[in-house]
Structures are given as structure tokens and as C-alpha cells.
Design a protein around this ligand. Structure first.
Ligand SMILES: [Zn+2]
Length: 543
């Protein structure tokens, strides 16, 4: 037999032994196999996931890789055959994509996560979308003290990881109350101290909601002073801008204000739920993008998040009541409704605000105390009551000052244009009564990634995981990399389905086959396992 037909192994054995002493050949082989398996590093795993196409969290195509988990961490992302593996459990994920668990930088889920009901704390609205980390305390409203809330969640157990911003509105309310007032030097120092303490306790940055009273009374200097404190800790400035429409200073001036705060306070800025809200600013996404691109070119760190819907959700009060009428809180507002000179001015300004929102038919009541109003538009209400739309607002707020409203105020062109920007990540703005809480991450993949082909799948994944981790300063999540926490989701994009709608906003999304949080299986074959595996995340101050 010519020697080239031998495998390399056999050619190293003198042919005479091979021929004359077959048992010696077997002995040689046995030793070789023993040695070669000894040379392979041993790897003990809790889970070995094989057969999945893996998105690593960068904006890159998926690769066929094996993924191994031990304890809370990923210990293998590569080729299992390079190791001698002992796995407690092997998952055949053939036909599925594996992605880093998604990270949601803007939610109001601190309420669900604080519930005495563990099924609420499981955070299934997020987990069912593959979201394994949520940030809360946005729009200027956060629990205080931040550290105590993070410890409470650790004690009670929560379904996803959770981090917090410290809310400017909450701090302002604590120091200044609800009035349209400016802080004294002493009061500003007091606010700075609360922000500094919150950063020490692990806040990821400062959130503001400059659109909302009483935060709307704050001048830029006040925000800059607090943002400087956050910047010194390596945190970011996250904002619901002063005006997403044409209410006060306008959309473009509000973006300029964010950029100016970033420059003066020297920290990264993040625009929450970026949008062009209302008829007066439709189509302005191009100008907003141009402003941000110029700031990026100048060296500023700017990013944004977005939920992929054409309607927003907030309170009717925030939507159409002018801020001067809100000073002092709900009682003060209602007493202003009752004086005739205020009433004329109010009705005039409310009429104009309804126009900006696209008319009474585009404002639909949601989360109402009176079920008869649920799903009713302002236009329908006013026709029933035989009142003008402005007078209807005053009448219904007398009954229910905190009434929620779904506001159809965006156009597809702007939503798509923002979504395509590399600095715009996914964020749900999760709050009750809007399908975005249950569907944002899945909708971005299915509706904008696959159906309309507006963005590519690797981009949608990157903007929902790795990019978000980077901008928040989360150093060990958001990517499928060895050493990182094992937060993962596995799915077939063709089976993903957002089920929540504006008529039925509480339907959980479908299609996540497996979801891991900190190495624990929380969704298995589409079913919740009952495990509360989330951790409180603390930003590491970079002082
Ligand atoms: Zn907001």
C-alpha cells in the first residue's frame, strides 16, 4: 500500500509493527487518542447551545457558533469541538438565531418591578420580546433614593436586569415643590448633592422631562449644573426634550438645547423617544438628523432611542394644557379652570394644542378610571357632550385629572428616517395602555426589518443590544462574547409576532423560544419558567 494513502497518524508508525503486530497498532492508537483528548482543554458547562446562528451584538451577520454557559457567564463562543466538554444540558438550537438579550434604555417599568405580585416583577412584557435589561427612571421621574430602590429589587427578585437614571423632575420636586420657580444657589447645591449621591449609588445618569411641569420651569443653566455632576461620574444625560413639536421653543431649538447641555456639561447626551410630533413639524426629521450629525462631527457624543409606532401615549393634561395652568399641581390647575378670565385663555390655547396634535379625532382616551371613556376620542366625547373640544378637555379633566391619552401624531417617513440612523437605538418607553410596552423590540424586527425591509436584521439587533450597552456604559452585557454575562435570546424571526395593538395593548409578544438572564433559563420553549433571575445594575463611576 503506498504510504500516501495512510492517514498521517498511521504513517508515523513503522509499517512492520503495523503489519506484524496489529495489537501494538491499537495500543499506539489508544495512546494517541488519550493524549489528543488530554490536550483538548476541559470545559464544564451548565448549558451548551449548538446549531444556532449567532449575532454577537455588533452590526454583523450571524455566524454558526457554539455557545457555552457556566454560572452567570458565557465561557464559550466558538467551536465546541476545540474542547473536551462536559455539559449539564445541551440545547439543539438548529434553525434559530441567538442574540444578546435586548437592552431597553427607556421604560417606566419601575412600577411593575416594585409590585408585591411576583408575576408583575417577572417583567414578562419585556422578556417575551427578548429584553433582558431595562432602564427606568426616565423622563425626569425616578424613585429616590436610587440606591434603596436597587437594593429593594435585589431583595424582592425581578425578572430582568434593571438600572436607573436619577430623575431631574423628582429631585426638583423634592427641593422646590411643584411651583413655577427657580432655585436659589443653596437649593441648586442641594439638588446637585442629591444627584451626586444617586450617581454614587449606581445611577446611569440624569434623566429630564423638560416638557412636563414642574421640570418645564427649569432653565437650561439648572440642567447644565446637574448634568456637570453626572458628567464627572462618567454618566449620561437622557432627556425627553422641552418641545418635540411646536408648543414652546419648538423641536429644532429643543434639539439645540440638548446639544448645548452636552457641550457645557461635557457629557454624552441621549434624546429619548426621538420624534417629530404634530402637524407643524412633520418632515422635520431631516433637519433634526442634520443638527445631530453636525454635533457628532464636532466631537459631541449624541444618541437617541425610539419606539416604532406612529402614536405616543401620555396624559391628556400634558398633551393639551398649557404649562402655566399646571403650576402648583393638579388642585391649582383645577381651580384655574373655574375662573372665567383663565377659562377663555385656556380654551384658546387648548384649541391650538389640539390642532397641533392632529385634531380631536387623533386623541384617544386610554387607561381611564371610567370604563365608558376607554377608547373614545376627544372628538367623540365632545359630540356626545355637545361641547367644544377645548371645553370637553376641561370637563373630563375635572372628572379625571390624570386621564391618559393615545395621541396619533407622527408620520411614517420621520419614524423610518430616525430609525435608520446609527445613533438611534430601540427603546420602548414602556408604560401601560400603549402597545409599545409589549411590542417595540419585536415590531422593529418584524415590521421594519422584515416586512418593509427598511432596516437590516443585524442592524436591528445591534441597535437593540450592543450599541445600547455601549452608550449606557454597561461594560459586560449587550454582546455574545466570552466573559460577558449570559443574557441571551433565541428565536426564529419568521415566528416573532407583536400581538399588542392600540385596541388591545396588553398582549405579550410571541416567538422567543429561549431567553436566558444571567445564565438562567427564564423562557424555555416559549414558556416562562417562573425564575426571577434579574439583577440590579449599577453604573460604575469613572471618577
Ligand atoms: Zn417621555
Amino acid at each position: 500500500m503506498p504510504s500516501w494513502t495512510y492517514p498521517f497518524l498511521l504513517r508515523t508508525i513503522p509499517p512492520r509493527y503495523a503489519v506484524k503486530y496489529p495489537s501494538t497498532l491499537l495500543l499506539f492508537l489508544g495512546i494517541f487518542i488519550g493524549i489528543s483528548s488530554c490536550q483538548k482543554p476541559q470545559l464544564e458547562l451548565d448549558f451548551l447551545i449548538q446549531g444556532a446562528r449567532v449575532f454577537n451584538g455588533e452590526n454583523q451577520d450571524a455566524l454558526l457558533l457554539d455557545v457555552g454557559i457556566l454560572g452567570e457567564r458565557l465561557v464559550l463562543v466558538g467551536n465546541a469541538s476545540d474542547y473536551s466538554i462536559k455539559a449539564a444540558r445541551t440545547i439543539d438550537a438548529t434553525g434559530l438565531y441567538l442574540s444578546p438579550g435586548f437592552i431597553d434604555p427607556h421604560t417606566h417599568l419601575d412600577r411593575d418591578l416594585s409590585s408585591p405580585d411576583s408575576s408583575k416583577r417577572a417583567n414578562l412584557s419585556a422578556l417575551r420580546q427578548g429584553v433582558t435589561t431595562v432602564i427606568s427612571g426616565n423622563d425626569g421621574g425616578s424613585p429616590l433614593p436610587v440606591g434603596r430602590k436597587l437594593e429593594e429589587w435585589e431583595r424582592m427578585g425581578v425578572g430582568t436586569n434593571v438600572g436607573l437614571f436619577v430623575g431631574h423632575g423628582s429631585v426638583r420636586r423634592l427641593v422646590l415643590g411643584l411651583e413655577a420657580t427657580q432655585p436659589s444657589d443653596h437649593q441648586l447645591k442641594e439638588m446637585e448633592a442629591i444627584v451626586a449621591k444617586s450617581m454614587e449609588e449606581g445611577a446611569f445618569g440624569l434623566s429630564t422631562g423638560l416638557f412636563y411641569a414642574p421640570a418645564s420651569f427649569a432653565k437650561e443653566e439648572e440642567v447644565v449644573a446637574l448634568a456637570k455632576v453626572v458628567g464627572a461620574y462618567g454618566g449620561i444625560y437622557d432627556t425627553h426634550i422641552r418641545d418635540e413639536s411646536s408648543y414652546s421653543i419648538g423641536l429644532l431649538a429643543s434639539i439645540e438645547e440638548v446639544l448645548s447641555i452636552g457641550r457645557k456639561a461635557n457629557l454624552p447626551v441621549h434624546i429619548s423617544h426621538i420624534k417629530a410630533l404634530g402637524t407643524d413639524v412633520w418632515g422635520k426629521s431631516r433637519e433634526v438628523v442634520a443638527l445631530v450629525e453636525a454635533a457628532l462631527a464636532e466631537g459631541l457624543t449624541v444618541s437617541a432611542n425610539q419606539y416604532p409606532y406612529l402614536a405616543s401615549k401620555t396624559s391628556l393634561r400634558a398633551t393639551v394644557i398649557p404649562r402655566w395652568a399646571e403650576a402648583g399641581g393638579a388642585e391649582a390647575m383645577l381651580s384655574r379652570f373655574r375662573t372665567s378670565e383663565n377659562r377663555d385663555r385656556l380654551e384658546r390655547e387648548i384649541t391650538e394644542n389640539i390642532r397641533k396634535r392632529g385634531g380631536g379625532e387623533s386623541l384617544v382616551f386610554s387607561e381611564t378610571a371610567n370604563p365608558a371613556y376607554e377608547g373614545m376620542s376627544l372628538k367623540e366625547f365632545s359630540e356626545k357632550r355637545l361641547l367644544s373640544e377645548a371645553a370637553s378637555v376641561l370637563a373630563i379633566l375635572e372628572e379625571e385629572p390624570g386621564l391618559g391619552v393615545i395621541s396619533y401624531n407622527m408620520v411614517e417617513e420621520d419614524v423610518r428616517h430616525f430609525m435608520q440612523q446609527p445613533w438611534v437605538v430601540t427603546g420602548s418607553d414602556a408604560s401601560s395602555g400603549h402597545p409599545r410596552k409589549f411590542g417595540s423590540f419585536v415590531r422593529k424586527i418584524t415590521e421594519y426589518g422584515m416586512r418593509s425591509n427598511w432596516i437590516a436584521l443585524p442592524f436591528a439587533i445591534h441597535q437593540s443590544s450592543g450599541n445600547t450597552a455601549r452608550l449606557l456604559g454597561i461594560v459586560d452585557r449587550g454582546f455574545v462574547k466570552e466573559g460577558f454575562f449570559a443574557d441571551l435570546c433565541l428565536f426564529n424571526p419568521l415566528d416573532l409576532k407583536e400581538r399588542a395593538t392600540f385596541d388591545s395593548p396588553y398582549e405579550e409578544a410571541e416567538g422567543m423560544v429561549y431567553v436566558f438572564v444571567n445564565g438562567q433559563l427564564v423562557i424555555e420553549l416559549g414558556n416562562y419558567t417562573g425564575v426571577l433571575a434579574g439583577k440590579s445594575l449599577r453604573h460604575q463611576p469613572s471618577l
